[in-house]
Design a binder for this molecule. Structure first.
Ligand SMILES: [Zn+2]
Length: 336
């Protein structure tokens, strides 16, 4: 399968994250990049589509913040990566903040998503990889693999979180809609709920967001991804959440997958976008499903059977030693 990746996407290298009360090595590491590169021999350099497709989804102030946050952090005399530590729970009024700490909290919802020196360069090119894969599919190919890194599905219009800064799937959905698509379906199969994607399109009828994920009652991101979130306004009914308990294996997962695919089919989209996380894997160090490597081929084959133009966006997957094999198994399900 044709895959897109830029070497610029290796520049993002945050050192630490705050997880369960401890500062630990950041799980979204360069080792992930090497593991995936090893199994994608046909990597293409992305085109540069510029900022416009990014700004069609993300708030301009947020994008500017991402570009300069680390420099502002260094200018404030701080070491390491830029971390927020205070968050505005009563909404994000435009108060014209000057201090970097206030801005970090305004644009973040967790402490797992620091802004490092190379973050902007990496996320900009990750978006370009996704847009290039979209262009390839929109030009008539059946599918393409956007080797996005870091993940994107937790990023909303004006916030970062869950290792995500720009929402690649949302940027591609919006780009497809402005280039002739009438309806786009997004089928998120990462272990974690795709809360940013859902939030961006929650009141839109032309984008169906479906997410299969760990029950937010027990797992990140907790506040979103519950079964009763189904869209609002014009988007009422255009969001589907299929949470599953910890320990879920392929036998139970595929029943939910069949339900999801039925919804996609009924929606009759012009394009299917699949945010794919290999963190549903049995050996994932931060997740708790029990899908085995070979079963990713079965999962992908079910999706491929829809016979829709399909764009895969790489999301999570933190069992580095098995990540290449898991990605490879998933790609194989589309016919290699
Ligand atoms: Zn995940």
């Amino acid at each position: 399968m044709k895959a897109f990746f830029s070497e610029h996407q290796s520049k993002h290298a945050p050192a630490l994250e705050l997880q369960n009360g401890e500062l630990v090595p950041h799980a979204e590491s360069q080792a992930r990049v090497e593991a995936i590169k090893a199994v994608l021999p046909d990597l293409s350099v992305p085109q540069d589509f510029g900022l416009d497709p990014i700004l069609a989804v993300h708030d301009a102030g947020y994008v500017t913040f991402l570009q300069r946050a680390h420099a502002d952090w260094v200018a404030a005399g701080r070491p390491g990566d830029a971390f927020p530590y205070v968050f505005p729970i009563r909404g994000r009024r435009p108060l014209g903040f000057k201090r970097i700490d206030a801005e970090l909290g305004q644009y973040a919802y967790d402490c797992g998503t620091p802004v490092a020196a190379g973050t902007w360069e990496t996320v900009y090119w990750s978006a370009q990889s996704a847009l290039s894969a979209l262009e390839y599919v929109w030009g008539g190919a059946r599918q393409a693999f956007a080797f996005c890194r870091p993940p994107g599905h937790h990023a909303g219009r004006d916030y970062m979180g869950g290792y995500s800064y720009l929402n690649h799937a949302a940027i591609c959905a919006e780009q497809a809609l402005t280039h002739g698509a009438s309806r786009v379906a997004i089928l998120d199969v990462d272990y974690h709920h795709g809360n940013g994607t859902q939030d961006i399109f929650y009141e839109r009828a032309e984008v169906l967001t479906i997410s299969l994920h760990a029950d937010p009652a027990t797992d990140y991101p907790f506040y979103w991804g519950h079964a009763d979130e189904t869209g609002a306004g014009a988007g009422a009914g255009a969001a589907l959440n299929l949470p599953m308990p910890r320990g879920t294996g392929w036998a139970a997962y595929q029943i939910k997958m069949a339900e999801a695919l039925e919804r996609v089919q009924a929606f009759d989209p012009d394009l299917l976008i699949v945010p794919f996380g290999a963190d549903t894997y049995a050996g994932d160090p931060i997740s708790f499903f029990s899908i085995e490597t070979a079963e990713y081929t079965d999962m992908a084959a079910m999706i491929a059977a829809l016979d829709l133009p399909t764009l895969i966006c790489m999301e999570g997957g933190y069992a580095v030693e098995a990540l290449g094999a898991n990605v490879s198994a998933f790609v194989d399900g589309f016919g290699g």
